[in-house]
Design a protein around this ligand. Structure first.
Ligand code: NDP
Length: 444
């Protein structure tokens, strides 16, 4: 049996009931097959893949907190420190009821390659909890965040592990966690990114993932003789990534006609009104049903459906596995030319293959949404310098990083004979740097 197949089998056996982690490992290792086969003897001897798929360390802990009725609630917290070959662990904290160890491991594993692709010195990690901030009062969210950080602060630090936001962890949660870290550890350091501007945050971090997604989409289209201006776009989600992807797409002259949340979706034939969207989601923290009050011409539909609309470009920006094979077939029959992932692993493996086989340009999340973590690393640099850069400076560095990522993965794909396969290109480009660093550091 080939080394790749052996490791995939081993991962499934040793990590039962973690389907998302299996999926991520399979996706990455399948596309690295060509590189692994070229170095099989050395990699086997060094147990390189075994070391790559096993986190360096993982923590699972109890998070007790008191709700507004005086009832004690108990959630589970996680931090997986996956790989520190190229820098301190870096990756977000997800707060969502679906969170379990397998989901955190899939995200942490993907993060290794994404962080490597940015070209910045950051390793891979991820964390979170099954706590649901939705419907909780600010005091309840604070109580949870303080309890969560009371445990997490033992394992993180500005030079060891620097968490950030993710689903359910926005500016409010980061603020509460930062306050508790400082209170317990007694140091004012850049231990979290995505901080508020008044206490060490970076300008353009809020916009970074969505903007970065559009910078790479624009560059990829340009290199394939297409222009983003004038294109119609479907976006899913209506959180941080979706909002700023919509905003930048419109600044670049495209028309975004959909957004969604976990209960339904909006079709706005005139183009999504970002100001209204921000008010509904960032200020009122309300449902998308409200959108119609701002834009009477729009339609609201319950359930899933953004991929049924005829568009040129699809940008999945909500969550994992939200674009399946049926959606891919619909998109292709409607003439989609590009799918670029704002979320982490939003497209199933089957759907990805179908899109690629049908000539759709496909840029995977680990490259397409890397703008968030790249700007987090820029936030770390500013914190270390104790300086703040202007919005334009950060935004222009972000754009440079995204353009560079595209060219790196494009070249890696070409080098191994997979011209235009950006999934293979992203995995190989990310992997080569990590392997080089792991080899240089000996068996650790
Ligand atoms: P937010 O919490 O701000 O928004 C998430 C959006 O997705 C919301 O509209 C939410 O709807 C929807 N959503 C969440 N879970 C589901 C579900 N199970 N089914 C349908 N819709 C769902 O998160 P972000 O925008 O920050 O993150 C979105 C994705 O992008 C995630 O995969 C994240 O890992 C990834 N990402 C984020 C980065 C960042 O900088 N924020 C960086 C890189 C990747 P509702 O409000 O109803 O829950």
């Amino acid at each position: 049996m080939s080394y790749v197949d052996e490791i995939i089998e081993q991962v499934i056996k040793q990590n039962p009931a973690e389907p998302e982690f299996h999926q991520a490992v399979k996706e990455v290792l399948e596309s690295l097959r060509v590189v692994v086969e070229a170095n099989e003897e050395k990699f086997r001897k060094d147990a390189l893949l075994e070391r790559l798929v096993n986190p360096e360390r993982q923590f699972k802990f109890r998070v007790p907190w008191v709700d507004d009725k005086g009832q004690v609630q108990v959630n589970t917290g996680y931090r997986v420190q996956f790989n520190s070959a190229i820098g301190p662990y870096k990756g977000g904290l997800r707060l969502h009821p679906s969170v379990n160890l397998g989901i955190i491991k899939f995200l942490g594993f993907e993060q290794i390659f994404k962080n490597s692709l940015t070209g910045l010195p950051i390793g891979g990690g991820k964390g979170g909890s099954d706590f649901d901030p939705k419907g909780k009062s600010d005091r309840e969210v604070m109580a949870f965040c303080q309890s969560f950080m009371t445990e997490l602060c033992k394992y993180i630090g500005a030079d060891t592990d620097v968490p950030a936001g993710d689903i359910g962890t926005g500016a409010r949660e980061i603020g509460f966690m930062f306050g508790q870290y400082k209170r317990i550890r007694g140091v004012y350091e850049g231990v979290l990114t995505g901080k508020g501007l008044s206490y060490g945050g970076s300008l353009a971090r809020t916009e970074a993932t969505g903007y970065g997604l559009l910078y790479i989409t624009e560059e990829m289209l340009k290199c394939n003789g297409q222009d983003i201006a004038g294109k119609t776009v479907a976006v899913s989600g209506s959180g941080n990534v979706a909002i700023y992807a919509t905003q930048k797409a419109q600044q670049l002259g495209a028309k975004v006609v959909t957004v969604s949340d976990s209960t339904g979706w909006v079709y706005d034939p005139d183009g999504i009104d970002v100001t209204a969207l921000k008010e509904i989601k960032e200020v009122k923290r309300a449902r998308l049903t409200e959108y119609k009050n701002y834009r009477p011409n729009s339609e609201y539909h319950e359930g899933k459906g953004v991929w049924s609309v005829k568009v040129d470009i699809a940008l999945p920006c909500a969550t994992q596995n939200e674009l399946d094979i049926e959606d891919a077939k619909t998109l292709v029959s409607n003439g989609v030319i590009a799918v670029c992932e704002g979320a982490n692993m939003p497209t199933t493996l089957e759907a990805t293959e179908y899109l690629q086989k049908n000539g759709v340009y496909f840029v995977p999340g680990k490259a397409a949404n890397a703008g968030g973590v790249a700007t987090s690393a820029l936030e770390m640099s500013q914190n270390s310098e104790r300086l703040s850069w202007s919005f334009e400076e950060v935004d222009s560095k972000l754009k440079g990083i995204m353009v560079n990522i595209f060219h790196n993965l494009d070249s890696a794909a070409k080098k191994y004979g997979f011209d235009g396969n950006y999934v293979v290109g992203a995995n190989i480009a990310g992997f080569e740097k990590v392997v080089d660093a792991m080899n240089a550091q000996g068996i650790v």
